[in-house]
Design a protein around this ligand. Sequence first.
Ligand SMILES: [Zn+2]
Length: 352
Amino acid sequence: MRKTRRKAAAMTRQVKSNCLRSLVSRGILADTHAHLDFEMLSKNYQAVLNRAQQKGIEEIWLMSIDRDSFTRNLEFIAKAQKYTAKVKSQTSFPILRLAAGIDMEVLIPGSEVFSARLFSFSEQQLLEFLQREWQFMLEQAAKAKIPVEIVGEVGIDHYHLQNAYENSEITRKDVEQSHKLQQVMFEFFLNKAGELLLPLSIHTRGAEELCLEIVGRYSAAAKLSGVFHSYTGPLTLINEIKALGFYIGLNGIVSYKSASHILRRVLRDLKEKGQPSNTSVAGHADPKANSGGAETATLLKNLYQAGYVLETDAPYLVTAGADSKSLKQAYGERLNDPAGVADTLEFLGEQV
Ligand SMILES: [Zn+2]
């Protein structure tokens, strides 16, 4: 009991170090990108926590896409603290780390979270809005005594915009307005991350080169760190991303055919780190074997050393071969959850 109280206290402690560097140096299994404010995950928070605990997930980063999502994440953490303080268990529940950010999708016409109001803003109006939202999020976190430890989800997406344009759903002018405002917003958050020395979780789909160029520019002024989350961009940029001190975020996508180029590259990089082939990380029957096995630990360490971290993007992107039945049982449908990083790790273990 005392142990679990200590764990709850640990979740609210003030930030002293960069949580990305810390998780990599400790070699722990973590989900560095999850949307736990998604209704079916939030509602079933006990299942989210229990399943993550059983798979040995030690840390989860909760992404925010706007102020409402941020508030729901704060509520999730508060519920989790109460629950984990009550439950007696031999193994630790994952530490929940809070991210603050606004997803670029609010500036993408056609997206579910698109805001016509924001889209009509001038650059100056957008910056004023962002400053208000940022202040709101920091104040809410301070009130709840839960530190903001990551900036995310932020970034630039040209992929969906290009699709909408090709399908004649939006005009060239819309595309240009979105490009401009998305970049203003991204740079705003890079500034905040630099000021507070927080790692970032960056979405870069279809704009990988542009994001890298901007991050490089900002990194020169303030030492930034973070993850290029759910990376499926050109392989030629991977070394440059790593050279900036950023990691490549791998999730269930690496098990899909569409990302086989990324998988091949990861396997090559692992080989260079001396990863023995045919690592078996199976062992569903004994959850501890899944997370605590020496082979799994080596694979994870080598992944980190090669510049990769794991994530889920839950509730999306379930890893191929994941136990669909248990996901449906837990959430009513086949949704991904942070326990899914163990599936991705297991998949990678089968490939090396
Ligand atoms: Zn996401």
